[in-house]
Design a binder for this molecule. Structure first.
Ligand code: NAD
Length: 522
């Protein structure tokens, strides 16, 4: 039986019409349908921008940035803080649209709402402090006043993917706004409606309309045009596209943060609390049907606890409820598209054909909707299989048995990626010691991804092929600024006093430098 869920019943047509008007595009622009993964049917027709539209949007953003940057940072922060209350107050309607557009389970949609609230709260509360000018040590104590300040970049390009259409649309914009920038944003074509809703909420909170320009269209063409106009780019997407983005921006000497793919490992050590580990592993592997950059695709389990862990884990996975529902009755939603389903199917079939065993799952579920797939656990996955070598980005995890912590760490690090990792142990100190040896931008001890991601004061990002730069935390705000050094010299300049020859000056400087070192000045 195919899905009987009604997407039309939850989406507000009038609101959708208003939202699509938010795209920068000509009056009779071509339109592309946004499709509901629960049903495979269109939700709305979204205008497509041209390269000229991107230039228009960039110019308007640049203009808006000038006025915005002159407003006091506390005022900008206050506006951003209102977004916290607005998204929580509207969580049901927002979750409906996120689910309609992305086909995810409601709990995954709520995670997005909560994350935006956390991001807004953090940026509003910490932004002014992070951006405050700082006194630094001057050349001559008492005579050189040195100050470090942060100037907005101007127009920040944000290019976002489809998998977390709300939080990945807005959460990288908020720190750009608090730092005094405008945003030129290209969401993924499959995630336009949610991005437009996020923008409308920001405008309601007081963000000037022109400050957040949204363009729509093909990745290389319209995303490429964004790269030509931006003064800095926050890119989230695949490693393959990240390399193209980096090369294009390198030519223009424009900086970027690149949040890319992963092949994340979870390590279950021999003293782990197996009930908690199994419960969390199910969430960490299958949240958002595995279409989460931080989700786990490799499980390394200590040999002595392998059987006990697997029994609990497979029980958990088997009890997960898959399906389409606009309430909290399902644990797993749909994959995003036919392309996603094809990729997941190919990884499972390739592994099985090359000798891996399917411990549970392994099948598409067309009875639930066009692109559903069961949560799938594989055993015996080896290098040379797609599921071992390439990010699946779907509900598939491979279990491996390891003989020691060293072996678990070596295997976990045996990948070009380094985005997220998880370590399970009853001894937090042991967990942190293992974490320090993992080549991974984030490590969660006794959690899967939410502890690190949700701690918005922590910088988040990848090592190796998982990216460059960091979002969240201080770095997540300061990336959108140019650091400026201002030195004010009082009294005499750094040159011999009148009548002093250079020999005497060099002698005086040498003595002063030695004295300063003795006094402990750097
Ligand atoms: P993708 O790279 O295909 O697309 C991402 C965005 O880039 C889209 O908006 C797309 O239109 C645009 N784009 C595509 N080609 C472009 C080009 N040549 N120039 C400029 N823009 C271009 O990624 P995807 O497959 O849609 O997303 C899934 C990937 O994103 C996975 O690899 C996942 O791990 C990764 N991801 C990473 C994070 C993170 O925080 N590290 C978060 C979410 C997703």
């Amino acid at each position: 039986m195919s899905s009987t869920v009604s997407v039309d019943a939850v989406v507000d047509r009038h609101l959708l019409d208003q939202l699509v008007d938010g795209v920068v595009a000509r009056p009779r622009a071509d339109r592309v349908a946004t499709v509901a993964p629960f049903t495979g049917r269109p939700i709305a027709q979204v205008p497509v921008s041209t390269v000229e539209d991107v230039a228009t949007a960039a110019a308007a953003a640049r203009d808006a940035a000038r006025g915005w940057a002159t407003r006091p940072v506390v005022e900008r922060a206050r506006i951003i803080g209102r977004i916290h209350d607005l998204v929580l107050g509207r969580r049901a309607a927002i979750s409906d649209l996120v689910q309609a557009e992305a086909g995810k389970a409601r709990r995954d949609a709520f995670e997005e709402v909560a994350d935006v609230a956390l991001a807004a709260r953090y940026v509003a509360a910490r932004g002014p402090r992070v951006l405050r000018e700082r006194r630094r040590l001057g050349l001559v104590p008492g005579l050189t006043r040195a100050v470090e300040g942060y100037r907005p970049k101007g127009v920040v390009g944000v290019i976002s993917p489809w998998n977390y259409p709300l939080t990945l649309a807005i959460s990288d914009c908020l720190p750009a706004f608090v730092a005094g920038n405008a945003v030129l944003h290209k969401p993924d074509q499959q995630a336009m409606l949610t991005a437009l809703l996020a923008r409308s909420i920001a405008i309601e909170a007081g963000v000037p309309e022109a400050l957040w320009q949204i363009v729509s269209g093909d990745g290389p063409l319209i995303g490429g045009a964004v790269l030509e106009h931006a003064d800095y780019v926050s890119f989230t997407g695949s490693t393959a596209t990240g390399r193209i983005v980096a090369a294009r921006l390198g030519e223009r000497l424009v900086g970027a943060s690149l949040e890319l793919g992963g092949k994340n490992p979870m390590l279950v050590l021999d003293d782990a609390d197996l009930d908690r580990a199994a419960e969390c592993a199910a969430r960490a592997c299958f949240s958002n049907a595995g279409q989460l950059c931080m989700s786990m695709e490799r499980l390394y389990v200590a040999a002595p606890v392998r059987d006990a862990f697997l029994e609990r884990f497979l029980d958990r996975v088997d009890s997960m409820r898959v399906g389409a529902a606009f309430d909290y009755s399902r644990d797993l939603g749909s994959l995003m598209s036919q392309a996603q389903l094809d990729k997941v199917t190919a990884h499972v079939e390739d592994a099985a054909a090359k000798g891996a065993r399917v411990l549970t799952g392994g099948r598409a579920r067309p009875d639930l909707g066009p692109w559903f797939h069961e949560p799938t656990v594989l055993d015996g996955v080896r290098p040379g299989m797609l599921a071992a070598d390439v990010e699946t980005f779907g509900p598939v995890v491979a279990v491996h048995t390891v003989g020691s912590d060293d072996e678990a760490i070596d295997q976990a690090n045996n990948t070009p990626f380094g985005l997220n990792a998880s370590v399970w142990t009853s001894d937090p100190r042991r967990g942190v010691a293992v974490a320090r040896r993992l080549r991974s931008g984030t490590v969660n001890v006794n959690e899967g991804y939410a502890a690190a991601w949700g701690s918005h004061d922590l910088p988040i990002g990848g090592m190796g092929a998982s990216g460059l730069g960091r979002r969240h935390g201080r770095e997540g705000i300061l990336r959108y600024t140019d650091t400026q050094a201002i030195a004010v010299q009082r009294a005499h300049g750094i040159t011999p006093l009148p009548g002093m020859d250079y020999d005497a000056f060099a002698e005086l400087m040498t003595r002063s430098l030695r004295t300063m070192r003795r006094l402990g000045r750097r």
